[in-house]
Design a protein around this ligand. Structure first.
Ligand code: BGP
Length: 474
């Protein structure tokens, strides 16, 4: 195997999301989002934390971009807050909102950083949730398309990479089945119907992008958790098939093939939860095949075992940072078990770099599309010692995942880029500010001061060597 390093134009990046960094939640005509409301409800977020101020990126973006420049970052993935552009979700455009992102994008470009723009990272305009139930209603298609078009018209001369939706599987499942995100429902059918609407929205936006001939590349990012069978027993390998059919392939086939996998359809039909698919949906979903890349957010793998019909069901998530992996599953289909071969983070996420290589190869074989890793990172507690942050655990984590990227490329995967989550520390939806992911520490106790961590200088070398410093000794 050749030892060639990464492609010359490889996008070494880092990512964020509007609600998690911007703050300024009421500034310059911005409307409220469903998260602005959710964080006010008692008990919904970790110790009642919220993103009202977050890292104040809205006001300090110049300083943050200067740090990106110093690091040599090639790409910065961020999201546009829909309620900044359309405070009511539709109707009158808020010029100040457009101006903010125009300045952000200009500044990135002036510093040779490729903007990778996510259109939707969960902060739905509250007005649309109140008017027709947000993503649960097909009415959202028209408003989302209008918002997307507005963004393309405003920014497409400067932006080449677009991510339509961030982790539609997470915001719909946590919002509609597990009641952990807004609107806090516990209804399997509502989750699947809502997810179906996201696939329609993705297809409609991709279709518009291609028909109107905007330059560049477009895709969406799914949270992808590849899995292994816990043993070679038939019951466990079948459980693994069930997992893929109702989870990974269920989520991705509709985005990239325009249809759901048969085994998943059989199960959800029997469960009485199959989403309503209209004849015209099928035609629209064919447009999804025009998607340029598969975006994945990869954090971990799962180990899967058989689960009897009276077995465990989907449980709660670890949001407190106490070690201990809670198994959960779908009764009669599968359950997750602890993988004895890997370590777990304090939040119970499996640390499994090889799972990234394995997962990308699965995607390559199933969809034959380029892949873009839009998030990967380690959530950890960091400590300031004498004004410095030593985070060798993060460096190890990212290095091993970059090695996995390299191996996937060697095996034939067309990988466009790799974004760590995240550039600065930021607000975590369910974990508040204690769980840190950034290369840049934010002192939430002291005026949001920025401090470069050891990993900042290390990733700087990764980029300068185009990945070579990770591959040596691989
Ligand atoms: C992904 C989201 C991000 C980010 C990340 C880390 O699901 O796209 O927005 O939050 O996960 O998750 P957490 O903050 O729960 O550790």
């Amino acid at each position: 195997m050749s030892r060639a390093i990464f492609p010359q134009d490889f996008l070494w990046g880092s990512a964020s999301a509007a609600y998690q960094v911007e703050g300024a939640h009421l500034a310059d005509g911005k409307g409220l989002s469903i998260w602005d409301q959710w964080v006010q409800l008692p008990g919904k977020t970790y110790k009642g934390s919220n993103g009202n101020t977050a890292t104040d990126h809205y006001r300090r973006y110049r300083q943050d971009i200067a740090l990106m420049k110093e690091m040599g970052l090639k790409a910065y993935r961020f999201s546009i807050a829909w309620p900044r552009i359309f405070p009511q979700g539709k109707g009158a455009v808020n010029a100040a909102g457009l101006a903010f992102y125009a300045q952000l994008i200009d500044k990135l470009r002036a510093n040779d950083i490729e903007p990778v723009v996510t259109l939707y990272h969960w902060d739905l305009p509250l007005a649309l949730q109140e008017e027709y139930g947000g993503w649960e209603s097909r009415q959202i298609l028209r408003d989302f398309l209008n918002y997307a078009k507005t963004c393309f018209q405003a920014f497409s001369a400067q932006v080449k990479y677009w991510i339509v939706l961030n982790e539609p599987n997470i915001f719909t499942q946590l919002g509609y089945q597990l009641a952990l995100h807004p609107p806090g429902k516990t209804d399997l059918r509502a989750y699947l119907q809502t997810y179906h609407h996201t696939a329609l929205a993705h297809a409609a936006v991709v279709k518009l992008f291609k028909e109107d001939r905007y330059p560049g590349y477009i895709g969406s990012s799914i949270a992808f958790t590849p899995a292994y069978a816990a043993s070679d027993k038939e019951e466990d390998t079948r459980a693994l098939e069930n997992y893929y059919a109702t989870n990974c392939w269920w989520l991705m086939d509709i985005y990239h093939r325009g249809e759901y996998p048969d085994l998943g359809v059989a199960y959800y039909t029997q469960a009485g939860a199959m989403p309503r698919v209209l004849p015209e949906d099928k035609e629209l979903l064919q447009a999804a095949r025009l998607t340029d890349f598969i975006g994945i957010n990869y954090y971990q793998t799962a180990m899967i075992a058989a689960n009897p019909s009276n077995g465990v069901s989907l449980g709660s998530m670890n949001t407190n940072g106490q070690k201990g992996n809670q198994g959960n599953g779908v009764a009669g289909l599968y359950k997750t078990v602890t993988n004895p071969r890997v370590e777990y983070t304090d939040w119970g996420w499996a640390i499994d770099p090889d799972g990234l290589r394995y997962g990308m190869l699965q995607l390559h074989h199933r969809y034959s599309l380029p892949v873009f890793i839009s998030e990967n990172g380690l959530g950890a507690y960091d400590k300031v010692e004498g004004g410095q942050i030593h985070d060798p655990y993060r460096i190890n984590f990212v290095r091993q995942h970059i090695q996995a990227c390299h191996q996937a490329i060697q095996a034939g995967v067309d990988l466009l880029g790799y974004c760590t989550w995240s550039f600065t520390d930021l607000f975590s939806w369910l974990n508040g500010y204690a769980k840190r992911y950034g290369f840049v520490f934010i002192d939430f106790e002291a005026q949001l001061q920025r401090i470069k961590k050891d990993s900042f200088y290390w990733y700087q070398q990764v980029i300068a060597s185009n990945g070579a410093n990770c591959i040596q000794g691989e």
